[in-house]
Structure formats: C-alpha cells, structure tokens
Design a protein around this ligand. Structure first.
Ligand SMILES: *Cc1c(COP(=O)(O)O)cnc(C)c1O
Length: 391
C-alpha cells in the first residue's frame, strides 16, 4: 500500500463519510432527535462525552457526522463541524472564539450576511472589527493587534468580485486564529488548511450540496479547536438537519465532475465576455488579465464556478437579465442551474451606497453562478442577451 500514490480529491469524494450506514452505499438518514440509553452510567457518559453520536441530535447526529467526516477528509482536516447554515457556521464560530473586548480583523469584501453580522451583533457585544482591503499585500497581518486580535476572517474568492486573499500570508499570521470562508472554491478548489490557515468554512448550501436543496454550513480544522467551537455551538443551536446533511453528502459524491464542468463553462464564458463590446469588465481569477491571476494560479486548484461582470448601468443590467433565456435570475450559487443576480439590488441591498462602493458593488455589476447546462447553450444565451443591450 505504502508505495501507492495518494488518491485524488475526486476519488476521496466517492469514498469519504461512509461510517454509520452499515453496508448501505447510500448514506442512511438518521432522523431521530434522541437515543435510548442503557442505564444512568451510560446516560451520563453520553451526556458528557464530546460529540457523542447517540445521545441527542443537537449534540451530534450520525447522518450529519458522515457529512462532517467527508468534509474533514476533503479538507485534509482532523475534524469538521456542520451547522444549520453558512451564517450559522460564521456566527457560532465568531461567538465561540470571541468575547467582549476581543478584536477581529476581517476583509471588507465579504458576503453581505457576514458583513452585517460583524457590523451589527459583534459591535453590540463589544467585539471590535477592523476591516481591511483583501487585495492589499500585508493588510491582514498589519491590522493584527497582539494580545487583542482573536480572529482574522477572510473570504476567498470573495463575493461578488472574486478577489483573493493570499493564503500564504494568512497562514503565516501568529497569535490570532485565522479563518477562510472558502465557499466559492469548495474543498476541491483550494485547501486553506495546507497553508497553515486554522479554519476553512463553507456555506454547503452552495457548491458542496450543489442542487439548491439543502441549507447547511461547515467548518474544518484541528480536532481540539473544532471541539472547542462545538462546546459553544451546541448552545448556539444552529443545528444542521440530518436530511440536509444527507443531500449535501450526495452532493459531495458528484462535486468533482460538477465543478469540472462548471469551471470549463465559466472559463469559456469569461473569455467571451472579456471580448464583448457591451461588457466593460469581467472579474474571473482564471483570466490572465485578472489583477490577481498569478496568485490565483498559485493557490487555486480550480479557478471557480462564479464570475461577475459589468455592463454600463442598472438599466442595462435589468435588460440583460430580462433577455436571458437559459440563465435564471436568482441569488445563491453552485447549483445545476446557471443563476444571475444584480448584487446592488439583491445580495448587497442591505449595504449603504458607500459600503457598496467599498466592496466593489457597482450599479452595472452582475454576478453569474455557472451551472451545468451545455457550454455552447450558455454562451449563445449570453451572446444574444448582450446583443439586446448593445443595440
Ligand atoms: C451563502 C454564503 C454564506 C452564507 O451561507 P448560508 O448557507 O446562506 O447561511 C456565507 N459565505 C458565503 C461566501 C456565501 O456565499
């Protein structure tokens, strides 16, 4: 065995997370919220053990655990912990690790829910946040206050302009814990923990589950740290549904082929858009003209399934979105359908105009999550819709 080459991620995704289902190839759904114990000693053991799978579902659930094992394996982590949503993962992790008087360094270009959480509840609880520009070298480490900064939060590639945090730089920060929201990459697109980052976080609602039929979050890291976060998370109560974990584990099985196809279409679409006169700018790390293309090539295993681009203004964005026949207008990403959204009026609508400008959300910016339709059908669809706004 020892001289065999290590298995690829695509193969691991097929075999990962198979405990707790006997010989069944499909994961078993453990819908139970509670388990019978054999006497008081046994009950005491289950109640006080860390993440015991047969006690009470908010503590741990065998179906959810299978999903967690699969993600841990794909992330190269000792352990993973699932939550009821990506925001559940973010909120519980921050509150598990920070207290009144703590300081957080976070990038400005964040998922709007994460930004709202850091600016609202965190400030209310006396947790200070310094926002930095993700693409400025050294910005994260320069903002760390020794002894006070507990957590450094990055999101890479970022929403909606696909800017990258330098994982090498994040991984070399000592003192605070570092966390990367790796949702846009999935565990197959980048491996933050291999760079020394402490926690890799996903909204598994997106590419991991991959079919718009689950709402779920997950973090991966060292066992001790994950157990510490679990001890708080079971009180926070953002508990994952076993049914959603089952759907997400099914998504994991096909993650490699789905992202391969979506990456291929995203690349072709970005090249077509970059050449189109109605399109003023394209944001996709796989394009050689992307300002961080060299960094992208170093740290991304796949350039990604999401891109954004700019048309002249909001009216042009509206007309474009109306004219598309294959792509659908909806938020979210990573599913089978190609989705297009206008961040200024949807995902980033809760931000002030100044905040939108600071995160690069312009009036003419649209974000595309590339789906699984035939590439040529997608290119034709965008070509004809762009024709409507250039005419
Ligand atoms: C969707 C998303 C989240 C939040 O996840 P939910 O599952 O919707 O709670 C967090 N970060 C990123 C980058 C996302 O795309």
């Amino acid at each position: 065995m020892s001289d065999q080459p290590p298995l690829s991620q695509a193969t691991l995704a097929i075999s990962a997370g198979r405990a707790n289902s006997g010989n069944s190839l499909a994961p078993a759904l453990w819908a139970s919220s509670t388990w019978e114990s054999g006497g008081l000693d046994d009950a005491h053991h289950r109640a006080t053990a860390v993440r015991h799978g047969d006690f009470y579902s908010r503590y741990a659930n065998p179906t959810v655990q299978q999903f967690e094992h699969a993600i841990a394996e794909l992330e190269g982590a000792e352990a993973a912990l699932a939550f009821g949503s990506g925001m559940g993962a973010i909120a519980a992790t921050v509150l598990a690790l920070c207290s009144t008087g703590s300081h957080i360094v976070a990038q400005r270009q964040l998922y709007a829910g994460t930004l709202a959480f850091l600016q609202g509840p965190c400030q209310r609880f006396g947790i200070d946040v310094t926002f930095v520009d993700v693409a400025t070298p050294g910005a994260f480490s320069d903002a760390v206050i020794p002894g006070k900064t507990m957590l450094v939060i990055a999101e890479s590639p970022s929403n909606p302009r696909l800017e990258l945090a330098d994982l090498d730089e994040l991984g070399s920060i000592r003192g605070p814990l570092t966390l990367v929201d790796s949702t846009f990459s999935t565990p197959l697109g980048q491996q933050p923990l291999a760079y020394g980052v402490d926690l890799s976080l996903h909204s598994a609602t997106k590419g991991i589950a991959g079919h718009n039929d689950a709402t779920l979050g997950v973090i991966a890291g060292e066992q001790e740290l994950i157990d510490e976060i679990w001890a708080y998370a079971l009180l926070h109560g953002s508990t994952p549904s076993p049914f959603d974990a089952l759907n997400a584990l099914r998504g994991v099985r096909t993650l490699a082929v789905r992202t391969r196809q979506q990456n291929e279409s995203a690349r072709s679409l970005s090249v077509m858009l970059a050449d189109h006169p109605a399109c003023m700018a394209v944001h996709y790390p796989g394009l050689s003209e992307h300002p961080q293309h060299a960094l992208a090539s170093r740290q991304l295993l796949q350039y990604g399934t999401v891109l954004s681009f700019e048309v002249p203004d909001r009216a042009a964005a509206a007309k474009l979105m109306d004219s598309l026949a294959v792509a659908r207008c909806a938020t979210s990403l990573g599913g089978p359908e190609t989705l297009i959204c206008h961040p200024a009026t949807s995902t980033h609508a809760s931000l002030t105009l100044d905040e939108q400008a600071a995160t690069g959300v312009t009036d003419g910016l649209v974000r595309v999550s590339v789906g699984l339709e035939e590439t040529t059908d997608l290119l034709d669809d965008f070509e004809q819709a762009l024709g409507e706004i250039s005419g």
